[in-house]
Ligand binder design. Structure first.
Ligand SMILES: [Zn+2]
Ligand SMILES: [Zn+2]
Length: 142
């Protein structure tokens, strides 16, 4: 493990403790995978990435860790393509999901005005999921 990685791990350990979470090696590994850069992950995807290094890691532990990060505002939970995703970009934005390769991408656009049907509402968040076939799947004949 490089010096920079080590430093980041210590920062995440501090952060976990600040949120009242024990800084277990498994939670640190999950933090290292999902925080600090824009990513969309599923619990199963994180488990697959970490399984070799942490054979005892369970899907439940990954899921609970991601949910606790989300509860503290470090991740945003969203549903797209029939799956639950955790997004490390927490400001409001839309998503596009490819129905062939299931890749998920951020759609960063200027927020639109609230539809007339929502007059009188105090809107807290809004998120759309665009579905389609991504350019590389289209090139592959999808
Ligand atoms: Zn695709
Ligand atoms: Zn996103």
């Amino acid at each position: 493990m490089g010096r920079m990685m080590q430093g980041a791990m210590e920062d995440w350990a501090d952060m976990l403790r600040a949120y009242g979470m024990k800084a277990t090696p498994q939670r640190l590994a999950v933090a290292g995978r999902v925080l600090g850069r824009p990513r969309h992950v599923t619990p199963q995807g994180v488990l697959d990435e970490l399984r070799r290094e942490y054979p005892a890691l369970s899907l439940n532990t990954v899921y609970q860790t991601l949910q606790r990060f989300a509860a503290h505002g470090l991740l945003r939970e969203l549903e797209a393509g029939g799956r639950v995703w955790f997004d490390s970009r927490t400001e409001p934005h839309d998503h596009a999901i490819c129905s062939v390769c299931h890749r998920i991408e951020d759609v960063l656009a200027a927020p639109e005005s609230v539809p007339p049907a929502l007059q009188g509402w105090r809107i807290e968040s809004e998120s759309r999921v665009w579905r389609g076939v991504c350019p590389s799947c289209r090139r592959a004949g999808g």
